[in-house]
Design a protein around this ligand. Structure first.
Ligand code: NG6
Ligand code: CA
Length: 504
């Protein structure tokens, strides 16, 4: 009899052990979209467009209302996410050319390394935009190193820079995918290359007209891009199929690895320009190409969620949904985003947009779910930075990180799990133009700097001003009343605090 008891106890204990193990090691999927504004999703208040799949993440978990990318452009935000270091601490982290060398050093310990060290299978699929190869850039026709595979990812399938920058090819692990060695790929950001027409010289060949001169260079698939390229034709991506393609690659990775814990950084290119959604979505939003791209993004988010369901792993998979920076309408092409806006407010109640120092630049949609551990239907106003995923996920997976790694990341695991509403005390925001801003409690301080107050071609307020700005975000989320003259001591205190952070 006693023997039986022992056996049963052993059975119960080992079941509990495996359950605990399963729950401390959830799969982690970060869906990181591009240029999606705070107000672009219906769970954040959009009424002119509906995003039911994205909203489902909020309904099953937490919707954050004060969560920030480090910067209001792509490259620095992605650098911050993957390294846990404010990008402005490191030179060369501005918007990267398509031929830039790797911005993250090969020996740097990244967010992917945290998971790898914890025994996860790791992958990045989608937009990279952090440079590839050595200082002089990648060898497009050879072995591309460093690639994400040298930075903690077991598998990578990436758009090297942005969809509006050459080269218009995918890189899989260390090589350009589907490249024919008899038709080598050439890339230049300085001088035009012979072979392919440019938008500037042959606008009659364009199916989408550029609105900025920068986008008038080599024409690929009827769209002129930033930069010059020639050759590599068998490897060219198809813009209409891009979202399907990368969602397919992400799905393959999940299907191949769902039995071990996995980390997927799914950096979908929607809704960056050129906005060329699949014909299935064209005209469906009524808001033009930008709205149609949001529908495509929502659809593919749903694809990933449904796949997790069908593999029966949703319960123990932590899904994060966020964006690298705020919204922009005209970002280089005439694609009717402005004309068909129809009263939609991409930044929600926030001022500014992509590139801006105002909050719409960095305060981005942020949703998280993990049914096994996070209660559904929560809202959190905790101040959170994408830098904090690093330390929080290191804690989640019980990993020690090397000294001097992720210096600006704070462990916010309890905030992410909905167990605490106490976010960061402060956070630094970076716009495209010089000078930084600080949020501390309810206050936001924008340091004085020089530059244009408005980016005229994009109709975006930059937040640049030669005099200090101070806003009370609690009472004035739209940053409409500059209180700097009224509270000079607060301005001084915040300017000093910002300098202290910059100096550490
Ligand atoms: C800008 C591009 C813009 C976009 C951006 C990067 C212009 C004239 N050009 O230089 O179209 O490509 O860089 O976007 O504005 S990001 O989301 O990758 O940061
Ligand atoms: Ca972006």
């Amino acid at each position: 009899m006693l023997k039986h008891y022992k056996f049963i106890i052993l059975l119960v204990l080992s079941y509990a052990f495996f359950q605990a193990k399963a729950q401390t090691k959830p799969n982690v999927v970060i869906i990181y979209c591009d240029d999606l504004g705070y107000g672009d999703i219906s769970c954040n208040g959009a009424t002119k467009i509906s995003t039911p799949n994205i909203d489902k993440i909020a309904a099953q978990g937490i919707r954050f209302t004060n969560s920030h990318a480090t910067s209001s452009t792509c490259t620095p935000s992605r650098y911050g996410l993957l390294t846990g270091q404010y990008p402005w601490r490191k030179k060369g982290t501005g918007i990267a050319e398509g031929s830039a060398g790797s911005i993250i050093n090969e020996d740097q310990f990244t967010l992917a390394d945290v998971f790898k060290q914890a025994g996860y299978k790791t992958a990045v699929v989608g937009k990279w935009h952090l440079g590839l190869g050595g200082q002089n850039g990648p060898e497009w026709n050879g072995n591309i190193k460093p690639s994400p595979n040298d930075l903690g990812f077991d598998y990578s399938f990436i758009i090297p820079a942005t969809p509006d920058r050459v080269p218009c090819v995918y890189v899989e692990n260390h090589h350009v995918a589907n490249l024919d060695p008899n038709d080598p790929l050439k890339v230049s950001y300085k001088t035009p290359l012979p072979g392919l027409p440019t938008g500037k010289e042959h606008p009659e060949l364009l199916k989408m007209m550029y609105s900025s001169k920068q986008h008038a260079e080599t024409i690929i698939n009827g769209i002129s891009r930033i930069g010059y390229m020639s050759g590599g034709k068998s490897a060219w991506w198809k813009d209409e199929l891009m979202a399907d393609k990368i969602t397919g690659q992400a799905s393959e990775f999940i299907k191949n690895n769902y039995k071990s814990p996995f980390f997927l950084y799914f950096a979908i290119q929607d809704i960056h320009v050129p906005r060329v959604p699949n014909p299935r979505f064209v005209g469906k939003s009524g808001l033009g190409a930008r709205g149609d791209a949001i529908l495509e993004l929502d659809y593919n988010t749903g694809k990933i969620l449904n796949l997790l369901d069908s593999l029966n792993i949703s319960e123990n998979t932590l899904v994060v949904f966020s964006s690298d920076n705020g919204p922009v309408l005209d970002d280089g092409y005439q694609d009717d985003a402005v004309e068909k806006l129809n009263g939609h407010t991409p930044g929600g109640p926030l001022r500014g947009g992509k590139y801006s120092k105002f909050d719409a630049g960095t305060r981005v949609p942020t949703l998280i779910k993990w049914p096994a551990q996070i209660k559904s239907k929560q809202t959190s106003a905790a101040l959170f930075s994408q830098l904090d995923f690093f330390a929080s996920f290191a804690n989640l997976t019980q990993q020690k990180i090397p000294l001097n790694t992720a210096p600006d990341s704070r462990d916010m695991l309890n905030v992410l799990l909905g167990k605490s509403k106490k976010g960061r005390e402060s956070l630094v925001e970076q716009g495209l133009f010089n000078g930084l801003s600080l949020i501390s409690g309810n206050w936001k301080y924008i340091a004085p700097s020089k530059g244009p107050a408005v980016m005229k071609d994009k109709n975006i307020e930059t937040g640049v001003s030669e005099t200090p700005q101070l806003y009370n975000l609690k009472e004035d989320i739209g940053e409409t009343k500059n209180l700097a003259a009224q509270y000079p001591d607060k301005v001084k205190e915040m300017a000093t605090a910002l300098e202290d952070i910059e100096g550490t």
